[in-house]
Design a protein around this ligand. Structure first.
Ligand code: ADP
Ligand code: ZN
Ligand code: ZN
Length: 733
């Protein structure tokens, strides 16, 4: 008997699947979409199984409305990965699958390229002797072209056949317009290496040979400072893959997808290349997705979500800047794209290369323990030298907008020598707080446990945690005094101060406020490269993916907040930022200098980072993590909960704690911490609490979560409270 029930995963926040009847003539496929009635609406879901039994009476099942796909959306290994990710990250399957699709497919659009306007010869067009058209050479050209077969309107225009010519021929009845999807052609016949390659150095050659030695799955950490030739290694790894007709997926951080990056790949290979990033509209996104699936692209470069693109014949995955925090999705399906890339490569049995100058401690641990191959590029490939660095002890020093006198003096030297200076401060706005000089009252967001940031340019107070903004007040909210002062320094204030300190040099500020408009970041970066600005200030946005050869002095203005943060990853992030900026400054003729301002120059991690390098820092930081039972030596999950009433949230998490503690899979190696108020205890009027779960292995954590989750969902409070599980959280706020 043919199965007549389809089990469907729907985009609803429920951990279950739904059964529908397959009507005669319908042919749903596992992994393909169907449109089904659900309550009063119709939803697009994915068929997970075809069966002939259901837990429900057959006569209660509704029939499928429409079968949307005749083939699965994803190749089997990717489909398996997606279902696995839904379980691993504890997010409902239907929602997870919907997340992985381009928006148009979620809405039920056909998973095929859209039809184009094409021209073809009519019967009489075929029979027309071209000699009758001697005085219309363009018409002759058009007819000649179309004798080979139908061509798209665009293709005709590209050959300088005008719309008017085509219309004239159509009016004569010799050609006709049709809607047709262009034929899919494999790019392999066009493939070529179109640029001369540099001679590889020994380490590059060794790295490439190691990966090429085994075409099967293997995970490789390619560690090398900026400029050590990692991208050149990627290009060399791609060549044999593409030459064999296989495709390559390259993941880059959100900010890293610059025209320069893309151009390096375009220059090297004649192969269709697609990019996938947040700037695409729905149509472009679908088209890039289809190019992967139908093998119309040889290379796809994209940010996090590009990982979910299907490929006809994927041959290699590269994750550039693998330590970057933007690889972790912070809501809905909270996946880590680097970790999933490794899983995907393993399922597809192909190599995956993780590149970084400053590998994540997790990745380094895997490399040191032999799980990943460790490939090292220790020298800069070009001629640039490593930057010098030092600390400036600012204890007891007068700081002018966060700048110490020795730093200002050094800036002057570098600027007067005709170079650029880059300053990092991870706080945007003018000042992080406003205080009343008479009574000490601080202007606080009404909806969050946080102070307002003062933005002078707009004359506003803004809360950086919720969307609240209000005009700057003139009177203290407590005593009515007019003595309101801004305290602390943000990038806006720094910018203003620098204009006073260095009136003959131009300052540019790069942060989320100044680059809100599309394209403005690119424009600023271009202007910086053209030396239109000499002083660059920014948040860490400025650190990633850009090389500024004329910057010879880089200063991190406040490293203490990272050294003494209660986020255990803060020092790792500081170290990564430091190495990144040190690698981006200067060139051979102009060696760079990197300076850190701190009140704690003796801090052990700072010392080891500065004087012994990232690897030593990482070894010590890993040791600390081991002592403290932190990742990568244990595995964490964060259960976040929030509601309008604080007591309810705490009560809920107490109950949840009970569920985890009494779980049959709990052991003496599993630990529940909390409930504790979140570091930002109230946001947008909602009270936030969290529970931290710790387990000795991924497997143990998985079991523990999977057993507990259904029980949590059954708690009466679970419906009144917004809660979520973040598996292997990157951010503990
Ligand atoms: P990374 O990706 O590690 O920052 P790149 O691959 O971009 O490093 O290399 C930095 C610069 O050195 C680039 O301009 C690149 O063309 C050049 N380069 C890389 N490898 C070599 C080599 N073997 N010989 C000469 N130049 C090289
Ligand atoms: Zn707020
Ligand atoms: Zn006051």
């Amino acid at each position: 008997m043919t199965p007549n029930i389809a089990r469907v995963a729907l985009p609803v926040p429920l951990d279950k699947q739904f059964d529908y009847l397959v009507k005669p003539g319908q042919q749903p496929v596992v992994g393909g979409r169907v449109k089904v009635p659900f309550g009063r609406q119709q939803l697009v879901g994915i068929v997970m199984a075809l069966t002939d039994t259901s837990d429900f009476a057959i006569n209660q099942l509704k029939p499928i409305h429409t079968v949307l796909d005749s083939a699965p959306l994803w190749e089997p290994s990717l489909f398996k990965l997606l279902t696995w990710a839904s379980q691993y990250y504890q997010y409902p399957l239907g929602d997870s699958l919907a997340n992985a699709m381009p928006a148009l497919l979620r809405k039920g659009r056909e998973a095929a390229p859209s039809a184009l306007k094409m021209w073809q010869l009519t019967e009489s067009g075929h029979n027309q002797p071209l000699t009758t058209l001697k005085r219309a050479p363009r018409q002759v050209q058009a007819l000649t072209m179309l004798r080979q077969g139908a061509l798209s309107h665009e293709a005709m225009l590209a050959e300088e056949v005008s719309s008017a010519t085509l219309k004239a021929l159509a009016d004569k009845g010799w050609i006709e317009a049709i809607e047709q999807t262009p034929a899919l052609r494999h790019w392999l016949s066009q493939f070529a290496v179109t640029e001369e390659k540099p001679r590889l150095n020994e380490e590059q050659a060794l790295a490439i040979a190691s990966v090429n030695a085994n075409p099967d799955f293997g995970c490789y950490l390619l560690e090398g400072v900026t400029g050590s030739g990692k991208t050149e290694v990627y290009l060399n790894l791609l060549e044999p893959v593409l030459a064999a007709g296989k495709q390559a997926l390259i993941l880059v951080p959100e900010i890293g997808l610059t025209p320069q990056t893309i151009n390096r790949f375009r220059r090297r290979f004649n192969v269709p290349l697609e990019t996938i990033h947040s700037g695409l509209n729905d149509t472009e996104r679908l088209s890039a997705w289809l190019a992967g699936r139908d093998n119309q692209a040889g290379i796809i470069i994209g940010t996090r979500s590009a990982l979910f693109t299907p490929f006809a014949n994927l041959g290699i995955i590269i994750v550039d800047e693998e330590h970057d925090a933007s690889y972790k999705q912070q809501d809905s399906l909270r996946y880590h794209a680097r970790d999933l890339a490794v899983m995907r490569a393993s399922q597809a049995n192909i190599p995956v290369v993780l590149g970084s100058a400053t590998p994540a401690l997790e990745t380094l641990h895997n490399a040191k323990s032999g799980k990943y191959h460790h490939l090292i590029l220790s020298r800069r490939a070009g001629s640039a030298q490593a930057a010098r660095h030092g600390v400036l002890d600012v204890k007891g020093q007068f700081l002018e907008a966060g700048l110490s006198a020795p730093l200002i003096a050094r800036m002057r030297q570098h600027l007067e020598a005709g170079n650029q200076v880059m300053l990092f401060l991870n706080r945007r706005g003018f000042a992080p707080a406003v205080i009343c000089h008479d009574c000490g009252w601080l202007a606080e967001c009404q909806r969050c446990d946080a102070y307002y940031t003062f933005h002078q340019q707009s004359g506003e107070l803004r809360c950086h945690h919720c969307a609240t903004q209000r005009p700057m007040m003139h009177h203290c909210g407590q005593c009515g005094s007019t003595q309101l002062n801004a305290v602390g320094v943000g990038t806006e204030q720094l910018e203003q101060q620098l204009e006073t300190l260095f009136p003959t040099f131009k300052t540019v500020r790069i942060d989320r406020d100044s680059t809100r408009r599309k394209g403005s970041l690119e424009n600023y970066l271009e202007a910086i490269r053209n030396n239109e600005y000499q002083i660059l200030i920014g948040t860490q946005m400025l650190a990633k993916g850009h090389h500024f050869p004329d910057v010879t002095l880089v200063a991190l203005l406040d490293v203490d907040s990272a050294l003494f943060s209660n986020d255990f990853r803060a020092s790792e992030r500081l170290a990564q930022l430091f190495i990144q900026v040190a690698g981006r400054a200067g060139r051979a003729s102009k060696p760079g200098e990197v300076v850190l301002q701190t009140h704690h120059p003796e801090h052990a991690l700072l010392q080891s980072l500065l004087y012994r390098g990232y690897d030593h820092f990482a070894a010590e930081a890993l040791n600390e993590r081991k002592q403290a039972w932190l990742p990568p030596f244990t595995y964490l999950a964060l259960l976040r909960a929030e509601a309008n009433q604080s007591e309810l949230v705490e009560q809920f998490l107490q109950q949840v704690r009970g569920i985890f503690e009494t779980s049959p899979v709990a052991s003496q190696d599993t630990q529940v911490m909390g409930p504790n108020p979140a570091p930002l205890a109230r946001r947008a009027g909602r009270y936030r609490w969290q529970l931290l779960l710790q387990a000795p292995s991924r497997r143990a954590l998985q079991q523990w979560l999977s057993v507990a989750k259904p029980a949590i969902a059954l708690l009466p409070l679970a419906k009144k409270i917004r809660w979520s599980i973040d598996v292997e959280p990157q951010d503990l706020t």
